[in-house]
Design a binder for this molecule. Structure first.
Ligand code: 2HG
Ligand code: ZN
Length: 483
């Protein structure tokens, strides 16, 4: 159970002061205007807010935070509102303010020598990627929701995605950060140094804190050289064991070339094929499972295609891959990626689904998929397991879609049974219950069991030191204190 935020002191006075500070374009208070900011992408949570604030810069944000703190009003940071775990949705007390970063949306500079970008929190990831590309470089982070997800949220949740296998999570890309702390003070950590061993790496505290320690307002991001050669192939395999064998084959020869290595189940692919306009499987026959592999190099003349063809031919000879298609053009590459990127949307259209964003050591992915599939099918006959995701990182979205003939509500009533069933297997395989989507308000109840003892106690101490009144995104990450 999430604690409901207490009644704020003199909310009318607070709204008047916030209105003076932010002006008419910086604050929404009509219920209809606030609704989109009070519901999450998955439509799981429907909160209410005292106001939605849209500060234009760090100074306005800092002042707004000071006012909220003075009135005891909890604050919920929100970027592109694409959280999978309700991490940016207020509770239903109507006492919290949602603070949106969308107006702080400038790219403040790109340095070609340092290969860095200074970016404000409200810049959508796709806009930042395009700016890096125009400057002849690459921002090496790619997720399905990149058109809407904003850089502040990407960093606050330590987003992963398709390129983690090569470049790491968001955490690995951050050289420096600016943040507004829970008392309104500004943390000036916007340094652009590769080496800086001067005490605690405080910027990393904010990365992955899911807005519970303050607002990330700006960051310095490490870019990479733009790839000069890119090859993408879609491969049919018999099962996840085959997918793992293919990953090992590429990795043994040249791990540095693998830019993405994505697994998809036959069930998930069929949903994309059937429910997404313009998506069609370019292979002769549907297969039990698929791999999408992307290789890339910044070095021209590297003969990447020959390399890819060689590895795939060998894998086909050994029976690891049963069929494969390589993209011949940028358009075909985009079409192959569409088959992967539309998995979440296709599952949404197929009815209710339960998401298990889990990770295990990469060699255990086949066992995870086999055991979790069996266990879910035993639990609810007719359930449609559609696992997919970032096999190269051991991160599988073990999502299950409702049986065709079961009412959505009845299926969702079993969510926790399903999540617990999968979690038991993940724990047995030494994995994590949340690989990249975070904890939000969906999974705090799992924290005590998985991160209990000294680990959770240390997190609580850090939280209490920075946010003693629990006003920053309350109810997210942490289970109630008695847990
Ligand atoms: C992806 O990898 C996202 O496409 C979404 O992390 C996964 O829908 C999901 O569970
Ligand atoms: Zn993912």
């Amino acid at each position: 159970m999430t604690a409901v935020s207490p009644t704020p002191a003199d909310p009318a006075k607070l709204l008047e002061r916030l209105g003076q500070l932010l002006g008419p374009s910086g604050m929404l208070t009509a219920a209809g205007d606030m609704d989109p900011f009070c519901t999450d992408w998955r439509n799981l949570y429907h909160g209410r807010a005292l106001a939605v604030l849209r500060p234009a810069d760090t100074r306005e944000l800092s002042e707004a935070v000071r006012l909220c703190v003075a009135h005891g009003v909890p604050m919920v940071p929100q970027g592109g509102n694409t959280s999978m775990v309700g991490g940016a949705t207020p509770d239903d007390s109507g006492h919290e303010v949602v603070i949106c970063m969308g107006r702080m949306n400038h790219i403040r500079g790109i340095d070609p020598h340092e290969m860095t970008m200074e970016v404000e929190a409200g810049v959508p990831l796709k806009v930042a990627q395009d700016a890096a590309r125009e400057a002849g470089m690459m921002l090496p982070l790619s997720i399905s929701s990149e058109g809407s997800a904003q850089m502040g949220g990407i960093l606050a949740t330590n987003a992963g995605g398709n390129n983690t296998v090569r470049y790491g999570n968001a955490r690995e890309l951050v050289l420096g950060l600016e943040a507004v702390l829970p008392d309104g003070e500004v943390f000036h950590g916007l340094r652009r140094l590769r080496k800086d061993n001067t005490g605690y790496a405080l910027r990393q505290l904010f990365v992955g804190s899911e807005g519970t320690l303050g607002f990330i307002t700006r960051a310095i991001i490490q870019l990479q050289p733009a790839p000069k050669e890119v090859e993408v192939a879609l491969c049919a395999v018999e099962d996840a064991q085959g997918a793992l064998a293919l990953f090992s084959a590429f990795r043994a020869l040249d791990p540095a070339l693998i830019q993405a290595f994505e697994y998809m189940s036959g069930t998930g692919m069929a949903l994309v094929n059937d429910l997404i306009a313009g998506a069609s499987l370019p292979l002769e026959q549907p297969a039990p499972a698929y791999v999408l592999v992307e290789l890339a190099t910044p070095r021209p003349g590297a003969d990447l295609r020959e390399f890819m063809e060689g590895v795939l031919a060998d894998a086909m000879e050994k029976g690891i891959v049963t069929d494969a298609v390589m993209a011949e053009s940028e358009g075909q590459r985009a079409n192959l990626w569409k088959l992967r990127e539309e998995h979440a949307e296709a599952q949404k259209r197929a009815g209710a689904s339960v998401k298990n964003d889990v990770s295990v050591p990469v060699a255990r992915v086949p066992e995870l998929i086999a055991r979790a599939t069996r266990a879910c099918e035993d639990l609810i006959p007719g359930i449609r397991p559609a696992p997919f995701g970032h096999l190269g990182d051991g991160n599988i979205h073990f999502n299950v879609v409702q049986p065709v003939d079961m009412p959505a509500d009845a299926f969702l009533a079993r969510s926790h049974d399903i999540m617990d069933t999968v979690a038991d297997i993940v724990r047995d395989l030494d994995g994590s219950f949340s690989a990249e989507h975070g904890v939000g308000q969906l999974k705090p109840y799992m924290m005590a069991e998985w991160r209990g003892g000294a680990e959770l106690a240390t997190m609580r101490r850090i939280k209490a030191a920075l946010d003693p009144h629990d006003l920053m995104n309350p109810g997210k990450i942490f289970p109630p204190a008695t847990s």
